[in-house]
Design a binder for this molecule. Structure first.
Ligand SMILES: [Fe+2]
Ligand SMILES: [Fe+2]
Ligand SMILES: [Fe+2]
Length: 429
């Protein structure tokens, strides 16, 4: 009997961490290199494997609060002063999933100096782990990409050492200095194989995820994609709700319907690599801008397909701009090579895109939407049976879409309010 593939939390976290670092060549691998240094320190200081796991989740996702490409690039500057803000936004996103409770606390204070007054309810253990992350983040931002790593070691070690007892705990700096004496520490750090190196280091408890946990994590990433821009702030939630409902109508099992919901939450994940200037452009995109957009499902595929147990979800999510006649993008798969789950996602995506309101235009009503979908089915673009399933229960499905998007819109307003408060007083975050 074939065993069901199990999705492991560390694998999921590291793959999703990759997606956030895709944003810009400067940021590629930043969170994983940071995780590498932080974990080497935690290990060598003898921290418990469960704490190492919390530190791994926190470091691999520590910049999750930097939502736009523009913010991310700015933060890679070693002297960036956004510090407190993105930490608070990231912590708020992470704490929505219970297994990230500690990681969220670590992320919240990962730019706090060692000598700063501890915040309310802040434990010594969290403070120490956050300081390891702070130092690791500082090191990665101090290193110059494209220059040999070993020639930079002396300067980086001196830079960190000068901050001992101020920014960083003296014990943590001492431990870092000992590790920094090994060339292999730096060669691992600078290796393009950092993902397998991190996996190989893991002596932390491996957590298998159930569907509910996967939905919760996928929802965090759905918010990251949507909340970058008020133009599309509820799009993903709408697509996910419609795709799940259509899957049920196409006789998918309850489990497959929930996997479809997860695929819906993640379908536009690759959009994290699209700058806001393109994403928010109200008018027509020029050909170069459209090329950037066309790469987003390619990224979605490559991020999700590295997660063991996500093979089907990766295809359902990433083929949503493919078309039955082969005229979609970016893989140009056609006909039978597009599985039913992906055909459902294609219909859910087009349906949501035309019916949702955008700040610069109102969504279409039934009388305009159905002819669009039916024409796309007639011309061999979308699956006829899926479009028929939607047509049959149009009003019900449209209500589900708008309910899901309304809930998400109020979450978005809440998110914007908290982000604004944070930028007015970063120290409170
Ligand atoms: Fe960072
Ligand atoms: Fe898309
Ligand atoms: Fe989409």
């Amino acid at each position: 009997m074939l065993l069901e593939p199990t999705v492991m939390l560390d694998n999921l976290v590291l793959s999703l961490s990759d997606s956030l670092d895709l944003i810009h060549p400067l940021a590629v691998g930043h969170q994983q290199r940071t995780a590498y240094i932080a974990l080497r320190i935690a290990k060598s200081m003898g921290h418990h494997p469960a704490k190492q796991a919390d530190l791994m989740y926190a470091s691999a996702l520590h910049d999750i609060g930097l939502l736009s490409v523009e913010e991310k690039i700015q933060s890679m500057n070693a002297d960036s002063n956004d510090e407190g803000r993105h930490a608070g936004v990231g912590a708020d996103l992470l704490r929505k999933f219970s297994s990230f409770n500690k990681a969220s606390q670590i992320v919240r204070i990962h730019h706090r100096s060692w000598t700063d007054e501890p915040g309310q309810n802040e434990t010594e253990g969290i403070k120490v782990l956050a300081n390891m992350l702070c130092l690791a983040d500082h090191v990665d931002r101090a290193v110059t990409r494209g220059t040999g790593i070993l020639v930079q070691v002396k300067a980086v070690v001196e830079r960190v050492s000068r901050l001992a007892g101020k920014e960083f705990s003296p014990e943590i700096v001492q431990c870092f200095r000992e590790l920094a004496a090994e060339e292999s520490f730096w060669l691992d750090f600078a290796s393009s194989r950092i993902y397998p190196i991190l996996v190989g280091m893991g002596q932390w408890p491996r957590v298998a995820l159930d569907l509910h946990a996967m939905e919760e994590i996928a929802k965090i990433f759905c918010r990251i994609v949507d909340f970058r821009s008020r133009f599309t702030s509820t799009h993903t939630t709408g697509v996910a709700a419609v795709a799940r409902e259509l899957a049920g109508r196409m006789c998918f099992s309850e489990k497959a319907c929930r996997q479809m919901l997860i695929a819906g939450y993640l379908h536009d994940l690759g959009k994290v690599a699209v700058p806001n200037a393109i994403l928010n452009k109200p008018g027509r995109l020029d050909p170069d801008e459209f090329d950037v957009i066309r790469a987003h499902t390619y990224h979605t595929y490559h991020i999700l397909s590295t997660i063991g147990g996500f093979e089907e979800i990766a295809i359902w999510a990433a083929f949503h701009h493919e078309r039955l006649d082969g005229k979609g993008y970016p893989f140009h798969v056609r006909g039978e090579d597009i599985p039913l789950g992906a055909r459902i996602m294609c219909v859910a995506d087009v349906f949501t895109a035309v019916t949702e309101n955008r700040p610069y235009r109102k969504g279409t009503g039934r009388n305009e939407t159905l002819p669009i979908l039916q024409r796309l089915a007639r011309t061999g673009s979308l699956d006829d049976n899926v479009v028929s399933a939607l047509t049959e229960k149009y009003d019900e499905i449209d209500r589900m879409r708008s309910d899901a998007q309304e809930t998400s819109a109020s979450e978005y307003s809440d998110f914007v309010r908290r982000k604004t408060e944070a930028s007015e007083s970063p120290s409170r975050m």
